[in-house]
Design a protein around this ligand. Structure first.
Ligand code: GLN
Length: 480
């Protein structure tokens, strides 16, 4: 039975011979079988995981030092390539497609002796906030099976929430790690842009995408991050900068900015708002400086995000034409245009099509300047204004989401509502900043929620340390 609080506790038990990797893998496999209705996994690597566990048990018995992720049971989102294994982006378009190479993160996990137990369900091509656009059907929240997991990395979040693995990798273009983490009551971290290689990650919007990590605590996240981050010859956007050090005040306190107009946003659930104000007071009582500020550009965040990401998506997804990649129609089309059209109409789901069309529109002649160029300018203004804030503050505090996990199906007819609900998470992707969702509270509807912290560019380690401090001191004692 796996009942450790962290990977380091698990490693202690392994070293003392109290448990074996094989026992642990068997435990997770049994749990995955017992929770099939959650629909968190699209594929489980049963035999492979057991044989890797046996190999590691034998290796340990020869007294070789433990790899950093020795025997750590990991799952990955269905947009991360694992050689000779299926990767489908939860889309009919990539049905039965097998990766021909490993993503850099997969190579690094395996070299650190992690065990990849399976691939997790997600929204189609990582587009969505509910994990209901998947060709495999929705993922259910383990706290309440009639509710959504959040998206797009819903399967990865539920895999950690329900104890089906120790840590999980997702991808975060506009909140797809932090939002489902918030809905599931676990920690979800998105690194500074350029921290983790995107090589082997199926692209949604390349200048926003980052692989992120789900875990029960920040120590496990740091350990996985240390293993998978860093320069990679296959990804030239990896930052060469080392960690930016953000010194504490002399008394050990921190400067925190709270966006007041973000908290006054009409759609924000009143209990979430109240909990964040109370947390802010508690932080002040612990001598931290929490200052309410207005962020002028708040109303432009979601429109800029959806213009820029759909533009990038329309270009990234053009490779799925049925020739280079993807579903090929059985129809006998007479022209190449009709052939492409049939492949793409049959292969893509409705949400993906919507975004490709929107993206093509904002990039089209005559509209390019009105939409795309303007959104790029907004992005630059956001970066500048945020840099300004970080001259005075160490962290920005925000809600992660406007609400807690809703009923399955409730968002389906409300695309605009779904887009607008991304208001608090897309900010960090537009600006390339590190951000994390920390589970702290329980709503009167029984569902968990947390708080989001955004850090200075490349101050990821300190963001994780401060998040750990918040978890230790301010987590509501209720079982979330
Ligand atoms: N909900 C956001 C979207 O639909 C986030 C997606 C993501 O981060 N992959 O675009």
């Amino acid at each position: 039975m796996y009942q450790f609080q962290s990977i380091s506790q698990y490693h202690d038990a392994l070293t003392l011979g109290q448990i074996s990797c094989e026992e642990v893998v068997t435990h997770f496999l049994e749990k995955i079988d017992a929770t099939k209705e959650l629909n968190a996994f699209v594929e489980v690597f049963r035999e492979e995981a057991i044989s890797k566990a046996r190999e590691l048990d034998a290796k340990r018995n020869q007294n070789t030092p433990l790899g950093k992720l020795h025997g750590v049971v990991v799952s990955i989102k269905d947009v991360i390539c694992y050689k000779d294994h299926q990767v489908t982006a939860a889309s009919k378009m990539l049905k039965d497609f097998k990766s021909v190479y490993n993503a850099t993160v997969v190579d690094r996990l395996l070299s650190a002796d992690a065990i990849i137990i399976g691939v997790c369900n997600c929204d189609e091509f990582a587009m969505g906030s509910t994990n209901e656009t998947s060709v495999y059907g929705p993922v259910r929240n383990a706290k309440d099976k009639n509710r959504i997991s959040g998206g797009s990395s819903g399967g990865s979040a539920v895999a950690v929430q329900a104890g089906l693995c120790m840590v999980s990798l997702g991808s975060d273009t506009g909140g797809s790690v932090r939002q489902p983490a918030d809905y599931c009551g676990i920690v979800g971290y998105k690194p500074s842009y350029g921290t983790i290689s995107r090589y082997g990650l199926i692209a949604y919007a390349s200048s926003f995408d980052q692989i992120g990590i789900f875990a029960q605590n920040t120590d496990d996240i740091s350990r996985v991050l240390d293993t998978i981050k860093g320069s990679d010859n296959f990804d030239s956007t990896i930052s060469q900068q080392t960690e930016t050090f953000v010194p504490e005040n002399k008394d050990g306190s921190r400067q925190i900015a709270l966006f007041k107009n973000a908290l006054e946003y009409a759609s924000l659930d009143s209990e979430i708002k109240k909990a964040i104000y109370i947390l802010s007071d508690k932080l002040k009582n612990f001598k931290h400086h929490v200052v309410e500020k207005n962020f002028d550009l708040i109303d432009y965040i979601v429109p800029a995000y959806y213009i820029l990401t759909t533009a990038e998506a329309s270009s990234n997804l053009s490779r799925y034409d049925g020739i280079r990649y993807g579903h090929r129609t059985a129809k006998n089309e007479q022209t190449i245009d009709k052939f492409y059209k049939a492949n793409r109409s049959e292969g893509f789901g409705i949400e993906v099509k919507k975004r490709i069309m929107l993206g093509s529109f904002v990039l089209s002649e005559g509209y390019f300047d009105a939409y795309f160029t303007k959104a790029q300018k907004v992005r630059q203004m956001l970066v500048n204004q945020t840099q300004h804030i970080f001259e005075e503050y160490d962290f920005i505090m925000l809600p992660t989401v406007i609400d807690t996990a809703g009923e399955l199906g409730a968002m389906k007819k409300d695309t605009m509502g779904m887009y607008l609900s991304d208001i608090y998470t897309v900010f960090a992707n537009l600006t390339g900043l590190p951000a994390i969702s920390i589970p702290l509270f329980k709503h009167s509807n029984g569902m968990p929620f947390g708080v989001q912290l955004v850090g200075k560019k490349n101050s990821d380690q300190q963001l994780l340390e401060f998040s750990n401090y918040i978890l230790e001191h301010f987590k509501e004692k209720a079982d979330v």
